[in-house]
Design a protein around this ligand. Structure first.
Ligand code: 3HC
Length: 290
């Protein structure tokens, strides 16, 4: 293996300019890395660039970010539709593309061919353990999950999940990158559906959905209880609406397909809202109206 020492990581490539990918790339640029955001869609890259410039302007206006630092961070961030070219210059890649195995297999195969031999290849996937894409990269020991949380510019947790062949050096490098991004990484020693955070989140959501379905309390009061009794920033229904009910439903299906445990079965109320295209905040309605 020809892996770099953590401190020498300079260029980070993020693949997928959606909600997560764009904020991960901006976090990298703010931390002083040269960051490239790749997407196959030029329109998606344009939207991400406008969104991040707007976010940075908002932070400056709020006095939370120095104008010069914001300019420098945006200057370190570039956008590209050419995966091979940006992979060639990457020390560390984070794939945050759509949660489809076929798509991720294609990306990891191309990254394996185009990225320098020392580069670590991480996936932000919450539903696919990196072992599923590791072999096609030709460097399975340099592959792991690096799972960020929404909104990635704010949330401190990053779950780093090793698969059976992930090397200690890869884990060290990934932990170091996460810390430099200002995150609080946790290490998960083997793959398990939902990792830690989503297992905890889903357990709370399952109970909240059961309480609402049994007519024990309104969703508003269940959310209020989670906030005011447990100190959660959002109640479980608010959080599901923020994450996206399609994402919640997709995650449940992925976990259920793997475990077959009836306790993991997708929830009918969530699936019903998804069928009505009520996906949460992003569609204007979910459990709540926006
Ligand atoms: N993007 C970037 N920054 C954002 C943001 C966004 N979408 N939403 C809020 N922020 C920032 C605000 O600018 C503000 O920054 P400041 O305090 O430095 O000025 C800060 O976050 C707080 O925002 P607000 O005051 O507007 O609102 P809140 O205090 O309610 O915080 C929140 C918003 C950070 C989203 C908070 O409610 C929270 O932590 N909610 C829980 C989020 C959570 O649990 N995420 C995990 C989801 S699960 C997941 O991602 C896993 C995946 O696999 C599904």
């Amino acid at each position: 293996m020809n892996q770099q020492r953590p401190g020498s990581i300079r260029n980070i490539l993020v693949i997928g300019a959606g909600t997560m990918g764009r904020q991960i790339a901006m976090s990298a640029a703010l931390a002083g890395y040269t960051a490239t955001l790749h997407d196959i869609s030029p329109a998606m890259l344009e939207a991400a660039e406008a969104d991040l410039s707007g976010w940075a302007a908002g932070r400056v206006a709020k006095g939370k970010l120095d104008r010069e630092d914001a300019g420098k961070a945006l200057g370190r961030l570039s956008f590209s539709t050419d995966l091979e070219t940006c992979a060639a210059g990457a020390d560390f890649a984070i794939e945050a593309a759509t949660e489809r195995l076929d798509l991720k297999l294609g990306i990891f195969e191309r990254l394996g061919r185009a990225a320098p031999a020392h580069a670590v290849l991480a996936t932000n996937s919450s539903t696919l353990g990196s072992s599923k894409v590791a072999e096609v990269s030709g460097r399975p020991e340099q592959v792991c999950n690096m799972h960020f949380f929404n909104p990635a510019l704010v949330m401190k947790c990053v779950e780093i999940v090793r698969h059976a062949k992930t090397s200690d050096a890869t884990v060290e490098t990934t932990l170091e990158v996460a810390r430099r991004l200002g995150k609080e990484p946790v290490l998960i020693h083997r793959e398990i559906p939902g990792f830690i955070a989503n297992r905890l989140m889903v357990a709370l959501q399952r109970e909240a959905l059961a309480l609402a379905e049994a007519g024990i309390a309104s969703i508003e009061d269940i959310d209020t209880t989670a906030r005011s009794a447990l100190g959660h920033p959002m109640g479980p229904f608010q959080l599901m609406d923020m994450v996206g009910l399609d994402v919640i439903d997709f995650m449940a299906r992925a976990v259920y397909a793997e475990t077959g445990d009836p306790a993991d079965a997708p929830n009918a109320a969530v699936a019903g809202l998804v069928a009505e295209r009520k996906l949460g905040r992003k569609s204007g309605a979910g459990f709540y109206e926006y």
